[in-house]
Design a binder for this molecule. Structure first.
Ligand code: OSB
Ligand code: MG
Length: 373
């Protein structure tokens, strides 16, 4: 297989509801898509970088430049252009993992189509359905929050994750727990607390949360380990985990007891699988995080979640929670039991609505491999 061309697109997509975390609000997503063409087929990948470098150092714009100026030339020059080779091919470029993941994941999708197997099977997944949770952003009022939690539960979601920060935590947990004493509940601080908040964080224990996600600094293991010693509640790391080595360090130091795997954050399927295998060997459960993806990133998250050690409900939820119209067909739906059925057709298992993609595109660049040799 030789790549013929790569098309990079930026789509402008409006979220149905603004999504607020401790680091900011998102209304309009600038979705970057990489399409890799070969032998009449197209593999698609999504870059999960944010509009601003708030969650990580990357943004839509840094990823655009990195893919065009650095990753595409490296890939076109490579002998073996499969997704599994990308970590090696892209090694000269330090960081920029979300940019790398967009290209690598498109190649996995392409390879699955060429072999005529579902993407999840190529990755080594086994599940027929995956367990779904929701991530509920910070709300303007407790009433609004209660409505959101109530409707997610009535839709069947198996776990509710509440975004929190100082000033939007204890009272909120109290209200939700009072109304729903037995649901599976967790929270995500996106690094909003400091070690001096340790006492405060120990007071979360009484709400019996499944986990507290990334309470401290986005690059930290050491202070999370100190905090974990003081908490009954399990810490889950998100931002801190960039690769398998970080995973081993966090487990060794007991910085967390659960890990969130995000394809973009770790640089693509290869590293995600390596993290999955390392956690499985060590008895640390994982789940698949979300980054407000379009259907393409969402379909990849579904495929990833079929691996055995994805034993906790993830943040992979229905298309309709985010988009009036998703760019895949069919859109992702969640059953009343809170599950997504994994498609069994070759590749990602969802068709691309190319007309809609074209309509939402605000920037597009096609690179022909021939032009770079
Ligand atoms: O920390 O998991 C996070 C969204 C944007 C950036 C970071 C995070 C999130 C979410 C949303 O929690 C998950 C989703 O529904 O896609
Ligand atoms: Mg998180």
């Amino acid at each position: 297989m030789k790549i013929e061309s790569i098309v990079l697109r930026e789509l402008s997509m409006s979220l149905i509801n603004p999504f607020t975390t401790s680091f900011g609000e998102t209304r309009e997503r600038r979705v970057l898509l990489a399409e890799v063409r070969a032998e009449g087929l197209s593999g698609w990948g999504e870059c999960t970088a944010g509009e601003h470098p708030y969650f990580s150092e990357e943004s839509t714009d840094t990823a655009w430049i990195t893919i065009l100026q650095e990753l595409v030339p490296l890939l076109v020059a490579a002998e073996d252009q499969r997704g599994g080779k990308c970590p090696e091919i892209f090694r000269p470029v330090r960081g920029h993992r979300m940019a790398k993941a967009a290209v690598e994941n498109a190649l996995w999708d392409l390879e699955a189509q060429m072999r005529g197997v579902p993407l999840y099977e190529l990755l080594g997944g086994t599940r027929e359905t995956i367990a779904c949770g929701v991530s509920i952003g910070i709300q303007p009022s407790l009433e609004k929050l209660m409505d959101k939690v109530g409707s997610a539960l009535s839709e069947g979601y198996q776990r509710i994750k509440l975004k929190c920060k100082p000033g939007w935590d204890i009272q909120m947990f109290e209200a939700v727990r009072h109304r729903w004493p037995n649901i599976v509940l967790s929270c995500d601080a996106n690094s909003a607390y400091r070690l001096r908040d340790t006492e405060h964080l120990t007071s979360f224990d009484r709400f019996h949360l499944l986990m507290i996600e990334q309470p401290l600094w986005a690059d930290d293991f050491y202070f999370h380990a100190m905090l974990q010693q003081r908490l009954d509640t399990s810490i889950c790391l998100d931002e801190s985990i960039r690769n398998r080595r970080d995973t081993l360090a966090a487990i060794e130091m007991e910085s967390c007891r659960i890990i969130n795997i995000k394809l973009g954050r770790v640089g693509g399927f290869s590293e995600a699988i390596a993290i999955h295998n390392a956690t499985q060997e060590r008895g640390i459960p994982v789940w698949c995080g979300g980054m407000l993806e379009s259907g393409i990133g969402r379909s990849h998250n579904i495929a990833m979640s079929t691996l055995e050690n994805f034993s906790l409900p993830g943040d992979v939820s229905a298309s309709s929670r985010y988009w009036a119209e998703d760019i895949i067909e069919p859109e992702v739906t969640v059953s009343s039991a809170g599950e997504i059925r994994v498609p069994n057709t070759p590749g990602r298992g969802f068709e691309i609505r190319t007309d809609l993609v074209e309509r939402l595109t605000v920037r597009k660049e096609e690179i022909k491999a021939m032009a770079l040799v």
